[in-house]
Design a protein around this ligand. Structure first.
Ligand code: RUB
Length: 315
């Protein structure tokens, strides 16, 4: 297991060297394990306080992907013991289980999502999602020929990562700028995207531009599949909390020299948007596929009502 510190991981999540909801969750859990291993706490209370501090640092990095707090909560639920050694082992074991679950959920979800894809289908993607790509990987593994239109995904161009990974699977790829999506949707059988969070009403929070793509897909009659393991379900939305949309730096949108030429304008750079459930055909999870409106039942079963975080107590 890598021994990256909490601070290093937090920095890399904030700067998006580590990005994508599932990858962020994995890195955060690994960072908690590293914190546990390296703890020099003198007693269990000090150990728990260190873990709470570490979790707060990690959760403060980016606000939108609920997979991050869900991963931390999973580790805190598994933390038990009356001595520092016992606590440390429990964290390490819980993190190992979490990482194994994460992978098997993605693979299972991939197999379920692949059932929706037929031999010869053309998909369109937005951003880069490991869960969305898992569905294509499984479809290809089942011998289906899949082709893809890949949206570039301004401003960070995660579409290039998707394009490369699809090519590695042998999928023919056509890269398009975001504005060309509507133009090509007539040739597309499925829009396939991931999610950072899914709200109790079935709204999907994903990379900015997903909602526009979903509206265009509806207009063209193209089904939209959201591939999201249950780690992306946002239990806070059961009790009325909203999902915070991250606003990022304007430098991602406009270079400082361009900025000087343009003059005095505001630049807004929201990283995510909300796609209402009526624009989504299916949410595919490792527990099966769901119409968005029914996802609340699964959310309640898996998480119950979560109204406080185990790392919020002062230390
Ligand atoms: C990534 C993004 C992805 C989801 C799902 O945004 O919106 O679609 O996180 O990814 P960013 P995964 O690049 O800003 O982190 O399926 O890998 O969890």
């Amino acid at each position: 297991m890598p021994t990256q510190t909490v601070e290093e991981t937090a920095e890399e999540i904030a700067t998006m060297e580590i990005r994508g909801a599932a990858t962020i969750a994995r890195a955060a859990a690994e960072a908690l394990a590293a914190q546990a291993r390296e703890s020099d706490a003198a007693d269990p209370a000090a150990f728990r306080a260190d873990m709470r501090r570490a979790a707060r640092r990690l959760v403060d990095t980016r606000p939108t992907a609920v997979s991050l707090p869900n991963a931390l909560r999973y580790v805190f639920e598994g933390m038990s013991g009356e001595t520092v050694d016992a606590l440390e082992s429990s964290v390490e074991e819980t993190v190992d289980t979490f990482l194994a679950d994460l992978e098997s959920a993605r693979d299972r979800l991939g197999r379920i999502g692949a059932n929706r894809l037929r031999d010869g289908d053309v998909i369109m993607t937005h951003c880069h999602s490991t869960d969305a790509l898992a569905t294509v990987r499984e479809a290809v593994a089942a011998g289906k020929h899949i082709e893809a239109y890949v949206k570039e995904t301004r401003p960070r161009k995660q579409g290039l990562i998707t394009a490369r990974q699809l090519r590695e699977m042998g999928v023919p790829v056509t890269l398009i700028v975001d504005n060309a999506a509507h133009r090509y949707l007539n040739d597309v059988d499925h829009v396939v995207v991931g999610a950072d969070s899914i709200a109790a009403d079935g709204s999907v929070i994903n990379k900015i531009g997903t909602s526009g793509l979903a509206v265009s897909a509806r207009d063209r009659g193209t089904p939209i599949m959201v591939a999201a393991q249950t780690l992306k379900l946002h239990p806070g939305t059961l009790t009325g909390h909203t999902v915070e949309i991250e606003m990022r730096e304007e430098d991602e949108v406009i270079e400082p020299e361009e900025r000087e030429e343009v003059g005095d304008v505001e630049v807004h750079n929201p990283a995510f948007d909300v796609t209402p459930p009526r624009h989504v055909d299916a949410i595919v999870t490792e527990r099966g596929q769901f119409p968005p409106e029914s996802i609340v039942t699964l959310m309640r079963e898996l998480y119950g009502e979560v109204d406080s975080d185990p790392w919020t107590e002062p230390s």
